[in-house]
Structures are given as structure tokens and as C-alpha cells.
Design a protein around this ligand. Sequence first.
Ligand code: ATP
Ligand code: MG
Length: 183
Amino acid sequence: MRLKSIRLAGFKSFVEPTKIPFPQQLTGVVGPNGCGKSNVIDAVRWVLGESSARNLRGDAMTDVIFNGSTRRAPASKASVELSFDNQSGRLGGEYGAYTEVAVRREVTRDGQNLYFLNGTRCRKKDITDLFLGTGLGPRSYAIIEQGMISRLIESKPQELRVFIDEAAGVSKYKERRRETENR
Ligand code: ATP
Ligand code: MG
């Protein structure tokens, strides 16, 4: 499973609809300070379900919407779509048969969040469920940031267990059990 491309519109500094393709296994993003490199990672994290504004380097969840410049009016909404190559069928369930899976999140100024799977409206939970056990998701190991390696090395066994459960594919079942027990 591989991230094939990202489409952004109105997200942080990406006010114009922008498509960023990732044609290779390895892609480097380079550019001067403040050009928007980290905003691309924020966009990925946001679609995968990040619900903390601070982890997206903002104060409020609507801070991800382009907030205007001297020459441009603020955008009314932010939209980001991630397209995954799913030829391996790693994204299972009803999406297992799709060779490409597109996951989109939108937010409007009034704070309403919308989620889409292959263009169809869905719940946030559908996206969380889709990625559970694949190593993707807001608190997964798919995005390794500065300082994270040392935090992992120094973490307590219980904290480390979260990553091991996810890598082993156990977290999906633990989550289902938790849901059942809470019913
Ligand atoms: P560095 O090399 O310093 O890490 P970077 O390329 O990672 O820089 P980012 O942090 O991705 O840069 O981008 C910061 C830019 O994004 C700033 O210019 C900031 O004004 C802009 N930005 C962030 N949020 C918004 C927003 N909601 N609306 C408009 N611009 C925004
Ligand atoms: Mg940066």
C-alpha cells in the first residue's frame, strides 16, 4: 500500500487546488523555510483523523483553513484527499477489491467536518476502521517526526505496546472488543 497522491484546496498555505503526485517509493520534498513542506505532512495527518489542533500546529481545528493574505481573501473550507494504491489489498473490508482508495476530509469555517471514501460521504469511524491495523492512523508509526525515535526508545513498556499491537495487527481486534464491551 502506497500513498500515490495528495490533492489539497484551501488547506493552510495551499489555497489553490493542488495535486502532489508521489510516483516513486521515495520522494523528497525540498524548499525554503516557510514554503509549506510541513503543511503537506499536516495534511496527511489531518485526513488520517488527527483531532488535536496542536498536533497540526494550530490553536483551533479551523486553523487549517487558508486564512487569507494581503492579496487573497480567506478560504471558506479546507479539503484534502489522499489516494492510496491498494493493489496489495491491504486496505480490506468492502474496499479490499479497489486497487485505489481515495480518502477525503473537508472542514468548513463553522467547524463542520465531512469525510469521504472514494467520493462517497462516510463517518470518521469508517476511515479509522479502514486504517486500523495497517500502521496508518493519527497515532501510528507511519509518520516519524523529529524526536519521536528517542521518545519511543525512552517510552514505558505500556506505551511501546500500542505500537507493537498496531504492527502485529492486534489493535484492530482490541478496538472491536472495546466497542462491544461498551455497547
Ligand atoms: P521549515 O523549512 O521552516 O520547516 P516549511 O516548509 O515546513 O518550513 P510550513 O511550516 O509547512 O513550512 O509552512 C508554513 C507556512 O504556512 C507559513 O508561511 C504560514 O503562514 C503558512 N500557513 C500555515 N497555516 C496557514 C493558514 N491557515 N493560512 C495561510 N497560510 C498558512
Ligand atoms: Mg517544516
